[in-house]
Design a protein around this ligand. Structure first.
Ligand SMILES: [Ca+2]
Length: 191
């Protein structure tokens, strides 16, 4: 039987290392939320949202996302293009909090620029248990709803694209949100 040469062994080891490196890079380490839908607010009327945010897929060291929220009955329209914080909820690994900075808050004829907090939970498909909550401290506004699938009038979907377990703790655990306005948030609290 022919003995493998040292050179051949070295080549095999190098090939193995290269494959392992390739596998490491193939890991999906971005973690983000894509979502859209509508909730029934405490006013009885519905509000529409499109909320995206998390680690940028093209560079997971950066945050990226946007928000569009319309609650017509109270004359509120929020648009945000800048994610300044993103964290996972200590009480529920399926939930994330996205903080949008410098959001344009158009409220009853006034134009404000402020931070807006969104907490969402992806509790699977069909999205009958997914939740969406939004808190806008500068106008004292907080609303939360379950999407409820076919149990309309609410609907839509929260989709969590979670990072692979091997990526470590790329997403920090959320600290308690001390804003009094945000008391309608109840999904992200510690168990
Ligand atoms: Ca879902």
């Amino acid at each position: 039987m022919k003995q493998p040469s040292y050179a051949r062994l070295t080549a095999a080891v190098l090939l193995g290392a290269a494959l392992m490196t390739a596998r490491m890079y193939a890991q999906d380490c971005d973690d983000r939320i894509t979502s859209g839908g509508w909730i029934v607010t405490s006013f009885g009327s519905t509000a529409n949202f499109g909320a995206h945010g998390g680690l940028d897929p093209s560079d997971p060291t950066q945050l990226k996302g946007n928000l569009n929220y319309v609650h017509r009955e109270v004359d509120l329209h929020v648009v945000a293009q800048d994610v300044i914080a993103y964290c996972r909820c200590p009480g529920n690994d399926n939930c994330r909090r996205i903080t949008y900075g410098n959001a344009k808050v158009n409220y009853q004829g006034e134009q404000l620029t402020c931070d807006v907090f969104v907490e969402v939970c992806d509790l699977g498909e069909p999205p009958i248990a997914d939740t969406f909550s939004i808190c806008i401290p500068c106008i004292g506004y907080c609303q939360s709803g379950v999407l409820a699938g076919d149990e309309k009038p609410s609907g839509g979907n929260i989709q969590l694209h979670a990072s692979d377990p091997g990526c470590g703790n790329a997403v920090p655990v959320c600290l308690p949100l001390l804003e009094e306005t945000c008391s309608c948030f109840n999904q992200c609290a510690a168990p």
